[in-house]
Design a protein around this ligand. Sequence first.
Ligand SMILES: NC(=O)N[C@@H](CC(=O)O)C(=O)O
Ligand SMILES: [Zn+2]
Ligand SMILES: [Zn+2]
Length: 427
Amino acid sequence: MITVIIKNASVLGQEGVLERKHIVVLDGVISKILDAAEALDEAGEIIEAEGKLLIPGLIDMHVHLREPGFEHKETIETGARSAAKGGFTTIACMPNTRPVTDSAEIVQLVKDKAREAGLVKVLPYAAITKNELGLELTDFAALKEAGAIGFTDDGVGVQSAQMMKDAMKLAAGLDMPVIAHCEDNSLVEGCAVAEGTFADKHGLKGIPNESEAIHVGRDILLSEATGVHYHVCHVSTEQSVRLIRQAKQIGIKVTAEVCPHHLLLSEEDIPGMDANWKMNPPLRSRRDVEACIEGLLDGTLDIIVTDHAPHSAEEKAKGMQLAPFGIVGFETAFPLLYTAFVATGKWDLSLLVQRMTADPARVFRLNTGSLAVGAPADLTLIDLNEEKEVDPATFASKGRNTPFGGWKLKGWPVKTWVDGRAVWSEV
Ligand SMILES: NC(=O)N[C@@H](CC(=O)O)C(=O)O
Ligand SMILES: [Zn+2]
Ligand SMILES: [Zn+2]
């Protein structure tokens, strides 16, 4: 039996107040949560938390690990280490690898590599269509059997409504979710940034909000028709938030996610033709940012995800127009949101934690995401006081592509445990 005791941790109690506790972990499971005043008679490895915040390990349901095929950008191991450093204990990886995760063999390969890395829990998504080409459905039953947790062609939208409807019918029959990157290709050709002041200033054709919301609306109707659990990727527009809110009100099984950058940055913040500010969906208007924040607060947007999308420095150096879309996210997500929204008094700490732990666990029916006796000891210790600058050179990820370099933040994860085993430690 292995016992780990985390002493004097601040944990979120009922009503969101912080309480001083000792957490006893036995063989990877939380076995006791004691008031710090109570006597401790357990023996084991002691970790003195000194009042730092202890939360359930963060869950990120939208990440790109790039293996197989793009190991120069990231590997499952480097991605998983970056996740652990960012305080994440469970991550769900997108199938836009090479080969695409469209067969049981690739699902198995991802699981094997994740187990070899031995860091965080890695849940693979499988593609909706073969090679994500939108032409032919994959073998959903075989992919589920192999361990895929949902179907998505993330990276591209499924352009054909009939294809999406067929996919949803099949997924519903297997009790599996369909996760959608919402983008109508006919509206975005040749675009790198959103419509708005930046595009105008630089004479660029901008990505319109409808390119996302048209798919959201279409897929909500298809979800209603098929009964599938439909989950919307990286929501970034006011129109999408509105459609999802309405769909939820009439009982359609839709859930949605939002990324830190779409809660923090608008297209007006883009400093110049720097591809570290290029991601898909793009940074939108201030009004869209406000709508996303409102959607997250009222639960229209269920969860926060990073859409961690590492690319190499060479690829990003091609400039705004030619570089690939995407920014890294694991190592800045919690400190960014903590600093911008919690430390400023705008949000309760418990809301931020819930949207990154209990809510993803609820939406995707995961057996983690809570700090309770009997739950797996997936835990993250966070220093809420020390301020540090974001330094991409120190990232555990191979990717350095972030617009947040130099930002001064608080709320840095310092230690992460998965099933009671430390997988990252700064202390
Ligand atoms: N988000 C991005 O800008 N890029 C993602 C693809 C995606 O999430 O659609 C990638 O794979 O690089
Ligand atoms: Zn996407
Ligand atoms: Zn993505």
